[in-house]
Design a protein around this ligand. Structure first.
Ligand SMILES: [Zn+2]
Ligand SMILES: [Zn+2]
Length: 305
């Protein structure tokens, strides 16, 4: 299960109710900040998440409404917080701009007081461990090097405790070894194999985070079957031409993508100040019923459906 906390859901400029783009994805001890619009550090404090365990920032692209908060965040971390290192992932163009902001404007050439790593993304694995896979996929928006992210919980075979009981496997080390895929020999000399006590694999949760996008057709293979998808919804269909001109989606396009890709719940963000949220929701629901128009500080659990 993943958790997502929306920290900023406004497009381009903040509104009274919505801050600029940023979200936190949580999985076990991991925290991934996705985008960091201006004012994100205050949103983090207000949400109760704080700066704890915040060491990885994933950038969908380098537009200012998604990155300007990094200047303030790094400044705060450098002076008062106990954060020791920060990994910032993004496309080349986004990283160049972020490095100008942090190294040029904030630090002005001084040695960073915290360890800063700028990691250039390419499509594929960003981070992987035994349970979690985070990967990046290409997105067309405006400018080069725009990415979306997939957070996938790896499939797991459940441990059949009753079966283990029946076979006489004692609790403790033996069971742990079986879960890890090793056979164990019991005190009476019988050998128990993992297949005897592990059920069929159960798929884990899948969360897709797209960000700003100009087209949807190329995204289907990546987000297919996602339990949750976050994507921008900057324009209503009535302003389709403006959406196309600025490399953004309409609400109806985002909803049609969710329907086509078999997504379970669609979370719309990057909402324009021009429209009431109710109109955005209405347009989306006409196409895809499982839609949520995210608000700042909304928190959702993404589970395997
Ligand atoms: Zn944007
Ligand atoms: Zn953008």
């Amino acid at each position: 299960m993943f958790e997502i906390v929306f920290l900023g859901t406004s497009a381009s400029a903040p509104s009274v109710a919505r801050n600029l783009s940023a979200s936190m994805v949580l999985y076990k001890h991991y925290r991934f900040l996705v985008d960091c619009g201006e004012g994100t550090q205050r949103q983090l404090l207000k949400s109760g998440l704080g700066f704890k365990r915040l060491k990885r920032i994933l950038l969908t692209h380098g537009h200012l409404d998604h990155i300007l908060g990094l200047g303030g965040l790094v400044s705060t971390f450098s002076r008062w917080e106990t954060v020791e290192s920060l990994e910032i992932y993004g496309g080349r163009w986004a990283l160049d701009r972020v490095e100008d902001l942090i190294c040029g404007v904030v630090l002005r050439g001084a040695t960073p007081p915290i360890e800063l790593e700028f990691i250039e993304l390419s499509p594929g694995v960003v981070l992987e461990d035994q349970e979690l896979l985070v990967s990046a996929f290409p997105v067309t928006h405006r400018g080069p090097g725009c990415f979306g992210f997939l957070f996938e919980e790896k499939s797991k075979r459940p441990f059949l405790a009753e079966e283990a009981e029946r076979l006489g496997v004692p609790a403790g080390q033996e069971r742990k070894r079986l879960v890890e895929g090793q056979a164990v020999t019991l005190a009476d000399g019988t050998t128990v194999f993992p297949d005897q006590v592990l059920g069929p694999p159960r798929q884990g949760a899948k969360l897709a985070y797209v960000g700003d996008a100009a087209r949807v057709d190329e995204l289907v293979p990546y987000i297919s079957g996602a339990d949750g998808m976050v994507i921008e919804a900057t324009y209503l269909q009535a302003e389709e031409e403006l959406a196309e001109q600025y490399g953004h989606l309409t609400v109806a396009q985002a909803a049609a993508l969710a329907r086509e890709a078999g997504v379970r719940t669609l979370y719309l963000n990057h909402i324009s100040r021009r429209y009431p949220a109710q109109e955005v929701l209405q347009e989306a629901e006409d196409v895809f019923a499982g839609t949520v128009v995210a608000r700042d500080f909304d928190r959702f659990e993404i589970r395997r459906g």
